[in-house]
Design a protein. Structure first.
Length: 145
């Protein structure tokens, strides 16, 4: 579950760049807003790097190498990555990204809003981000209590 947290809503929420093109607009260079375009590119690179790292960790675990406290790093980074992804989605949608129910909102907009709110819970469930950071500090970095 931790390894797939960043793509958890991937089947129901369109990719960030598609949402941005629809709501912000696009030019021959891509998304019209260059700052948003850069933030989306950075998010995609972070997600790809995270995917490669978790895949490598899975392969090591299958080979009998213990992940140990590294799983705390995956949990923490995955939750932060997921929250940033939904923040970008809601930002690109503007006020349409804040619909919960009712007229004036498409199903995709409602799903995105609910996913954005749900992403906040990722930093609580399975051990809060603060606990994960403590585990990383003590077991990975060897910092004192």
């Amino acid at each position: 579950m931790i390894a797939t947290i960043g793509g958890r809503f991937g089947t129901t929420v369109a990719p960030v760049e598609e949402i941005a093109k629809r709501y912000v607009g696009s030019t021959n260079r891509g998304i019209a807003d260059p700052i948003l375009r850069d933030r989306i590119a950075a998010q995609k690179m972070d997600a790809h790097s995270f995917s490669l790292t978790t895949r490598r960790a899975r392969e090591e675990a299958e080979a009998g190498m213990a992940a140990g406290a590294a799983s705390s790093m995956f949990k923490y980074y995955g939750t932060e990555l997921n929250k940033r992804r939904f923040e970008l989605l809601v930002e690109a949608m503007g006020s349409q990204g804040l619909g919960w129910d009712g007229e004036g909102f498409e199903e995709q907009e409602i799903t995105t809003t609910r996913g954005w709110l749900r992403s906040k819970a990722n930093s609580i469930e399975g051990g809060t981000s603060e606990i994960q950071l403590n585990v990383i500090a003590k077991r990975v970095l060897g910092l004192p209590d």
